[in-house]
Design a protein around this ligand. Structure first.
Ligand code: MN
Length: 323
């Protein structure tokens, strides 16, 4: 599917230190999702695999889905993670094996916790807005939540924190005394930031958290670094605050959290700790095991798992090549 908006070319080679010595701009890459959608994958990257427990960041659209199928991701499994879905435009219907059938629209948040296993599908409804634009993120679950029960929550109304021209919507975690109702299993932050004026704003940070920032739309300057859609600005730990400017149409996504120390094996839709765990999840899905259940109200054939690689899957730590 074609995009309605071309993205600005990255002006820095991958991983080159920006003018702020503690930050690194990491360009994403395009990945097909389902049959009709292409997403910009910003995590994991070779140079940086995680930001806090955030282990997967896809930014999709804005795509014109008026005359095209839109998002069509048939039933598929997950283990060891939460999926966090946030839209700027459009509508997607989530269906899962707990029996939830939930449309999501801009300003609302879906948080699905796989625990030991869940299955879901994500589809654009037949009657839908013409544009689709949003992010889907994964959060790695720690023990014991990663082997616990599955859960799904839809948050129709999220808290906002305003400070001067800065307007923050709390997806996950706490900022400025406002806290999201979304359940997190490690210290975590996800917030949409908007600026109503040209003046710079200051966002308070936790020095113990590491942070990353992406522009979902518009353009910004963050700690002196220009930021546009298509890249993740990794900010590291040790900051008390972040200074930023943004155009009024800019919507930024600030991700943060306590560094997540467990090395992960991420393969297909599974997050585990070893080759054996992931191979067992694949075998359970392929066998139609009750571990994942049956997605409600979606009769399409489930997505088959790809073949495992011929070599053992290796656990990777959060750093990637950047240390
Ligand atoms: Mn999924």
């Amino acid at each position: 599917m074609e995009r309605t908006e071309s993205l600005p070319a990255q002006t820095r080679p991958p991983g080159v230190a920006a003018t702020d010595p503690g930050s690194v701009l990491l360009p994403g890459h395009d990945v097909p999702l389902g049959r009709y959608t292409t997403v910009r994958r910003l995590l994991p990257q070779r140079q940086r695999r995680m930001v806090g427990a955030w282990c997967f960041v896809d930014h999709f659209g804005p795509d014109d889905v008026a005359e095209r199928p839109g998002m069509e991701v048939p039933p598929h499994p997950h283990t060891g993670l939460q999926t966090v879905t946030w839209l700027l435009d459009g509508e997607i219907v989530h269906r899962d094996s707990l029996g939830n059938v939930q449309p999501i629209r801009p300003g609302q948040l879906n948080v699905m916790t796989s625990g030991h296993g869940i299955a879901h599908s994500e589809r654009s409804p037949a009657d839908r807005p013409p544009l689709m634009h949003g992010v889907q993120l994964w959060v790695a679950l720690p023990d014991p939540a990663r082997s616990g029960p599955a859960d799904f929550a839809h948050h129709a109304d999220l808290p906002r924190w305003r400070d001067g021209d800065l307007d923050a919507t709390l997806l996950v975690g706490e900022l400025g005394g406002e806290r999201s109702p979304a359940v997190a299993h490690t210290p975590l932050l996800g917030a949409q930031l908007e600026l109503r004026g040209d003046a710079p704003a200051t966002v308070p940070l936790h020095p113990d958290f590491e942070y990353g920032l992406l522009a979902m739309s518009g353009a910004a300057e963050v700690a002196g670094v220009p930021l546009a859609p298509g890249a993740l600005l990794y900010l590291g730990t040790g900051r008390e605050s972040l200074r930023l400017r943004a155009t009024p149409e800019c919507r930024l996504l600030l991700l943060g959290g306590a560094p997540f120390d467990d090395p992960l094996v991420m393969w297909w839709n599974f997050v585990g700790r070893s080759h054996e765990e992931v191979a067992a999840a694949r075998a359970d899905w392929t066998a139609g095991s009750g571990r994942f259940g049956v997605v409600a109200d979606d009769a399409a054939p489930p997505l088959p798992a790809p073949a495992l690689p011929t070599t053992r899957l290796k656990a990777r730590d959060r750093h990637g090549d950047l240390h």
